[in-house]
Design a protein around this ligand. Structure first.
Ligand code: EPZ
Length: 417
């Protein structure tokens, strides 16, 4: 078991370089199997979610080579075999193999995906989308078989603008006959990145990044070279850490407009920010104004930044509120923040945070990926030692977190116990 130890209360000074986006990478790797030719993806983060998807590539007999920050995938000798439960369950994004394999072979057999326990996380919209394209879905317990004689383009309206369903339907529809229109599509930058990748391979997708995506099916997808966009959630997490401890801290290699909602909330709180073309410099302040947030689909305030933002709210003067609208179970970090000294009350889907409160290190748990990021932020701000268990969750999404923070002056280590 791994634990993380942080000796908090230190100022952080220097530059943190942001890696490629986890939530784009986890769709790009499955998308790569839609061709039979070699695909190169660069700016790939070295996180355990990437490793888990490579394990699935291996199961499917897909050749791949990983080098520093890149992966070359060659599906020439690929076999469409069942993806075992152990692989499907390792991460949420295993479900992107559903759309990709269905698109390529018109058949896929795999299990219900895993991922952070932040809500029920159904996949009904994905399956309804596949059915609209002409597939038949059968399930036995957790095992799903999705197959079609032929996939035919269709008009699909998503009841919820789901990131996963939008991408998964796109993956199946690129190889369908005719035209598919996805209405009420999600608009996250990761979706645009995946659509660009597919277009580079020869797909005909327009409208990605808007709520209507049009896909004209094609018979063949070919080789390509592609770059993963910077991770806006990693960037946002470090900008929040900079607001707590930066003196000053530069967050580099980012697309600032992808975190616009966060930046305006930080400005409202009184954080000192310099926003450049591909960086943000943050200087912590003595006092912050209370600031409330409500999570929303992109370009609203990202649910994935809500938990780290709560840590900053503990340092604001007066009462701040956080309302979570995407996931039913995303306040699991709150009891641990309270152990660290925060004053937080949760009622229904809203947390009320009274501040400022002094944080003091103690033992806490990373209950999920972003709860873990919140524990790291709190541990860096807190006086004394914070020990975080279930660190595996954090390593699923933050590349070289220990090295990146150590380089700017943090006292942080991971130990195997
Ligand atoms: C993606 O999850 C991200 N994961 C999540 O990031 C992120 O929190 C989420 O989008 C929202 O931005 C990946 O990209 C791998 P959704 P996804 O489908 O696609 C409901 C992180 O910390 N829904 O947009 O699974 C669902 O229950 C992670 O990096 C259905 O009801 O999210 C939720 O309430 C965690 N039926 C809402 O839609 C469905 O079939 C949005 O979910 C699908 C979704």
């Amino acid at each position: 078991m791994k634990i993380m130890e942080i000796e908090g209360g230190k100022d952080l000074t220097g530059t943190i370089r942001i890696s490629g986006a986890k939530n784009a990478t986890v769709a790009l790797i499955p998308a790569a199997i839609l061709t039979d030719e070699e695909v190169t993806i660069c700016n790939v983060p070295e996180i355990t979610d990437t490793d888990s998807l490579c394990d699935i590539l291996k199961e499917l007999n897909v050749d791949y080579k990983r080098a520093s920050e890149s992966i070359v995938i060659n599906p020439e000798k690929m076999k469409n075999v069942e993806i075992g439960e152990i692989f499907s369950k390792k991460l949420r994004a295993s479900y992107y193999f559903m759309g990709a394999l269905l698109g390529k072979y018109k058949k896929v057999v795999m299990y219900f995906p895993g991922g952070c326990s932040i809500g029920a996380r159904p996949i009904d919209l994905h399956l309804k989308g596949f059915e609209a394209l002409g597939a038949k879905v059968t399930s036995e317990g957790n095992k799903y078989t999705v197959e079609a004689e032929e996939l035919k383009g269709a008009n699909i309206y998503l009841d919820i603008a789901s990131v996963g369903a939008t991408i998964n339907i796109m993956l199946a529809a690129v190889r369908a006959k005719g035209k598919t229109i996805i209405d009420n599509a999600a608009k996250e930058p990761e979706i645009v990145n995946v659509a660009t990748f597919l277009n580079n391979m020869g797909a005909k997708i327009s409208g990605a990044g808007t709520s209507t995506i049009k896909i004209q099916g094609v018979d063949h997808l070919g080789k390509c070279f592609h770059e993963v966009i910077p991770d806006r959630i990693e960037a946002g997490t470090y900008v929040i850490i900079g607001s707590l401890c930066g003196n000053p801290l530069k967050i580099d290699n980012i697309i600032p407009e992808h975190i616009d909602a966060l930046l305006s909330k930080l400005e409202e709180a009184g954080v000192s920010l310099e926003v450049g073309a591909d960086y943000v410099i943050v200087q912590k302040q003595e006092k912050y104004r209370s600031t409330s947030i409500k999570t929303a689909v992109y370009p609203g305030f990202a649910t994935d930044l809500q938990q780290p933002f709560t840590v900053l709210q503990t340092q604001m003067t007066g009462k701040s509120k956080t309302t979570e609208t995407i996931w039913e179970n995303r306040f699991m970090h709150v009891p641990y923040l309270k152990d660290l000294g925060a004053d937080i009350m949760v009622k229904n889907q809203t947390a009320t945070i009274a501040g400022p409160t002094k944080l003091k290190g103690c033992e806490v748990v990373a209950t999920d990926l972003r709860a873990g990021a919140a524990m790291v932020a709190a541990g860096l701000k807190a006086e004394g030692k914070t020990t975080i268990t279930s660190v595996e969750h954090i390593l699923r999404g933050y590349e070289q977190i220990v090295e990146k923070l150590t380089n700017v002056g943090a006292k942080i280590t991971i130990k195997e116990i």
